[in-house]
Design a protein around this ligand. Sequence first.
Ligand code: T5A
Length: 230
Amino acid sequence: MGSLIPVDLQVAEPAVAPRGRFVVLEGIDGCGKTTQLEALRTWLPSSGLLAPGAQLIVTREPGGTGLGSALRQLLLHPPGEAAPEPMAELLLYAADRAQHLEQVIRPALAAGHWVLSDRFSGSTAAYQGYGRGLDLPTIAQLEQLATGGLEPDLTLWLELPLAESLRRRGARSADRIEASGEAFLQRVADGFAALARERGWRRVDATQLPEQVAASCRSQLAGLAAGSVS
Ligand code: T5A
């Protein structure tokens, strides 16, 4: 039986842009995220993976918004006596994320764009949870508040031994988090390994040459676009 609604009253569905893709790079300091983000920034727009008209938004945490830039400065390079205590640090990262979600990530995904972020909520679990020893269930509740439950479509975990990351960072001056000591950073590294197992992150061997790491990242993204990454 045909439609009972006269043809001239049938309302066409509004054209809704397909939701974009949200991809996150995680890992310990100096694991090569920035290097790979720059490679993907060049490759992705001409890869054929983005839908026609979709753009690539490259962003980061902390610091993906105006407020986030100010928070990043306070978190990583606080002046004088302004260094936050662990709970305040956790809340500042959550504030950065809430702002980032509202101003950058959600609008971009709703418009069908791809978002590529240097770090997201996995970093909070790794650094403030495993590293600082704050309560993981509390962190999960805060994550829910800050993100409204939005999760990345794909998280690439660039796995690198701590000793190699320290070697690569060399004489570069450490920010406040990096200066928290090797035992702290090892707990963070172990935390990333645990989170990758729990959350189904895709592991990328970051000890390889930069071009090999880039090829691994590209193949994971191709899998995401083809629907083979859930
Ligand atoms: N944080 C963040 C929290 O504590 N909680 C949170 O919730 C969040 C979101 C953010 C800090 O905040 C903390 C974590 C961080 O400590 P950041 O800007 O993300 O700061 O800091 P880093 O991760 O430390 O960023 P870096 O720029 O230092 O490291 P990258 O981006 O991982 O590494 P990259 O690409 O700069 O490479 C480092 C060096 O290695 C070389 C590069 O040329 C460079 O010299 N390199 C390689 N060398 C050999 N082989 C390869 N494959 C290489 N790839 C890169």
